[in-house]
Design a protein around this ligand. Structure first.
Ligand code: NAD
Length: 322
């Protein structure tokens, strides 16, 4: 069994690959993994067990058709994480998001069609649905993305769906809520706040902090992706929720406590343009069809994550700008 994983020098993909190589996914203990990653600012080779006998690392762009034609043959599945992933960067720089997330996904789908790849798991996000005041999104909810990041991810979902319908490619799409975990770049909310507080620096809270996100431990997310790869149905979309809805204010409060700090360390900054108020997923489908259930509570997970950043400044200090 050979699997090609894109974007796995980043946060979530690297967790997936480390877990697979550690034998964490039943039936895949002997799987050979090829990671294809462009190593943008978000890609970090320290996230991967380079030198592992079942890991091959290829540095390259998912838009490079010749590179894909060279490397895809022989792989049974693609798990596609590669993307520009930070909403804030997409506001002034949407072009790179459209390039990588939309055109890059289309390039990879094309290459998959021309190879013997059997299954293509496309990793997407709840942000494609927009913002919801009450209730929760099911998979058939209309796509109403608000940021250029979310719009580019929605575009990638649609092109992936089109390849399934038009060409009969076995594409499965996952849409998950906000992930947290170790090895996440310190530009994202939780690691930004933790690394700032551990460095004695203040943290920037957007607006009044009432935006609600549903937090999902990266390990639960990756297990869900593996369930979709092994048991999901071709052409289907699966929401993956974490079940813990929290305002950014409550998350901030918890991080302050865990880092022995108080509200004097919080700076209220002007809200993000078009900031979605609330995300909430209905993930009944993956729970009933594939037996998915999150294993991590936010309380246990966040303690573990803060401890990891405390113990691993060597990992994050080079990534932090002054
Ligand atoms: P990340 O930014 O940490 O990692 C992205 C990786 O993709 C990096 O290693 C980068 O070098 C690589 N990459 C970027 N452009 C590339 C290109 N053109 N060719 C090859 N590689 C390229 O992202 P993440 O947080 O690990 O997210 C992974 C996936 O999960 C993304 O598709 C993202 O949209 C999705 N997602 C993330 C979250 C979250 O909370 N982080 C939530 C929902 C969905």
């Amino acid at each position: 069994m050979k699997i090609l994983v894109t974007g796995a020098a980043g946060f979530i993909g690297s967790h997936y690959v480390r877990t697979m190589l550690d034998g964490g996914y039943p039936g895949y203990e002997d799987a050979e993994v090829t990671v294809l990653d462009k190593l943008t600012y978000a890609g970090n080779l320290n996230n991967l067990p380079i030198g592992h006998p079942r890991l091959t690392f290829v540095e390259g762009d998912i838009l490079d058709a010749a590179l894909l034609a060279d490397h895809l043959p022989g792989h049974e599945a693609i798990v596609h994480f590669a993307a520009e992933s930070h909403v804030d960067r997409s506001l002034p720089g949407a072009a790179e998001f459209v390039r990588t997330n939309v055109l890059g996904t289309q390039s990879l789908l094309d290459a998959a069609l021309r190879s013997d790849v059997q299954t293509f798991v496309h990793v997407s996000t709840d942000e494609v649905y927009g913002s919801i005041e009450e209730g929760a999104w099911t998979e058939d909810w209309p796509l109403q993305p608000n940021s250029p990041y979310a719009a580019a991810k929605a575009g990638s979902d649609l092109i992936a769906r089109a390849y399934a319908r038009t060409h009969g490619l076995d594409v499965r799409i996952t849409r998950c809520s906000n992930n947290y975990g170790t090895h996440q770049h310190p530009e994202k909310l939780i690691p930004l706040f933790v690394t700032n507080l551990l460095s004695g620096k203040p943290v920037p809270l957007y607006g009044d902090g009432r935006n609600v996100r549903e937090w999902l431990h990266v390990d639960d997310h990756c297990r869900a992706i593996q369930l979709v790869l092994t048991g999901g149905r071709p052409g289907e979309i699966y929401n993956v929720g974490g079940g813990t809805e929290l305002t950014n204010r409550v998350v901030t409060e918890r991080l302050l406590e865990l880092c022995d700090a108080d509200w004097s360390m919080v700076r209220h900054v002007e809200d993000r343009k078009g900031h979605d108020l609330r995300y909430a997923l209905d993930d009944t489908k993956i729970r009933t069809e594939l037996g998915y259930e999150p294993r991590w509570t936010f309380e246990t997970g966040i303690r573990d994550v803060v401890a990891w950043y405390r113990d691993n400044p060597v990992w994050w200090k080079p990534l932090v700008t002054a």
